[in-house]
Design a protein. Structure first.
Ligand code: NAP
Ligand code: ZN
Length: 354
């Protein structure tokens, strides 16, 4: 018998999120049931709920930066027990047997695609999956993460489940480390985690931002300096000097000024997914320097666990502003204006009280 759970949902791309009752499945043998304590607010939530990407299924309950306490486990669950603190990120399933799944890169599942924590096909109840802006969630243990941080830090751990892994994975894949000069474009939710993680990996980090007022924060987070990306003179000082650039910007923009800053053989990896295309980048800049533009999608489950453990070891969490779920639309408006320091996290106690 499915269990009714409180949530906040949008009924269409133009209606605000509002209280809504959803069903969660009874835990099956391999399932972990989690009472959600905190859920981070990712720009992907906003893109999805407002229909900025094609294919949003309504009612839509966003949220894929989930931390909570295990309330029940199925008979075959071995990694979790009632009372444990657990995390759920962007995925709750994948085919489990294609080459990508076999290599622990479930986010690139080649047969069915990964099952999103929201807006994916629900394999058990039918319909589509509903995310973490809710009281409770039931997830296959293969997609549940162990959280080792102190309980006092749990709200600030939630954003690691998407913003953390989405920056850790490409920084690791492109072997960022000591002796390298690394740029992070956009100081938002993803960007601020990118700064912290790249600095912890030993790189020299610069932030590229449209917001000059974020300079002191950039330095506090671990960057050497913030370069205002619209200041052509400041940008020119760094021409040809970056080993790697991670671009987290959520809006279409000109990529060429950043390609110019790469060294020969340098790569700029895009993780932002704007609702409209970027201007076509200059082939000449890439050819005359063997430069690459790449993309990267979240990270696999094993790598997400590795990232959580890395962050715990290095004392890293997200810089957050806690909100009640009733404030979600205001939080979205601020996110659109790049006014986030640096991740909104919903205190799910506010939903229980609603
Ligand atoms: P966010 O918190 O809103 O941060 C984005 C930042 O980009 C802003 O704070 C701002 O930083 C900068 N920015 C915004 N508009 C800009 C513009 N017009 N020109 C230049 N810079 C601009 O968003 P987020 O949650 O970090 O997500 C960023 C993007 O990554 C979204 O598109 C999201 O959907 C995507 N995403 C991708 C993955 C993946 O797996 N690839 C995972 C999660 C999210 P400054 O003020 O410093 O300029
Ligand atoms: Zn996300």
């Amino acid at each position: 018998m499915p269990v009714s759970t409180k949530a906040f949902a949008a009924q269409s791309a133009t209606t605000p999120l509002a209280p809504f009752s959803i069903d969660r499945r009874d835990p099956g043998p391999k399932d972990v049931a989690i009472d959600i304590l905190f859920c981070g607010v990712c720009h992907s939530d906003l893109h999805t709920v407002r229909g900025e990407w094609e294919g949003t299924l309504f009612p839509c309950v966003p949220g894929h930066e989930i931390v909570g306490r295990v309330s029940a486990v199925g008979n075959d669950v071995t990694k979790f027990a009632v009372g444990d603190i657990a995390g759920v990120g962007c995925m709750v399933g994948s085919c489990g047997h294609c080459p990508s799944c076999n290599e622990g890169e479930e986010q690139y599942c080649e047969t069915t695609g990964f099952v999103g924590t929201y807006n994916g096909p629900d394999p058990v109840l039918g319909g589509h999956t509903l995310g973490g802006y809710s009281d409770h969630i039931v997830v296959d243990e293969g997609f549940v993460l162990k959280v080792g941080h102190d309980e006092a830090d749990l709200a600030a751990v939630a954003p690691l489940l998407c913003a953390g892994i989405t920056t850790y994975s490409p920084l690791k894949h492109w072997k960022v480390g000591p002796g390298q000069k690394v740029g992070i474009v956009g100081l938002g939710g993803l960007g601020h985690m990118g700064v912290k993680i790249a600095a912890a990996m030993g790189a020299e980090v610069y932030v590229f931002s449209t917001s000059p007022g974020k300079r002191e924060d950039a330095k506090r987070l671990g960057a050497t300096d913030l370069i205002v990306s619209k200041d052509a003179d400041a940008m020119a000082e760094h021409a040809g000097s970056f080993d790697f650039i991670l671009n987290t910007v959520a809006a279409p923009h000109d990529l060429d000024p950043f390609l110019v800053l790469l060294k020969r053989d340098g790569t700029m990896t895009l993780v932002g997914v704007p609702d409209a295309p970027h201007k076509s980048p200059s082939v000449g800049i890439m050819v005359f320097g063997r430069k690459s533009i790449a993309g990267s999608l979240i990270g696999g489950i094993a790598e997400t666990q590795e990232m959580l453990d890395f962050c715990k070891e290095h004392g890293l969490t997200s810089d957050i502003e806690m909100i009640d779920i009733q404030e979600i639309e205001t939080a979205y408006e601020r996110m659109v204006k790049s006014d986030v320091k640096y991740r909104f996290v919903i205190d799910m106690a506010s939903l229980k009280a609603a």
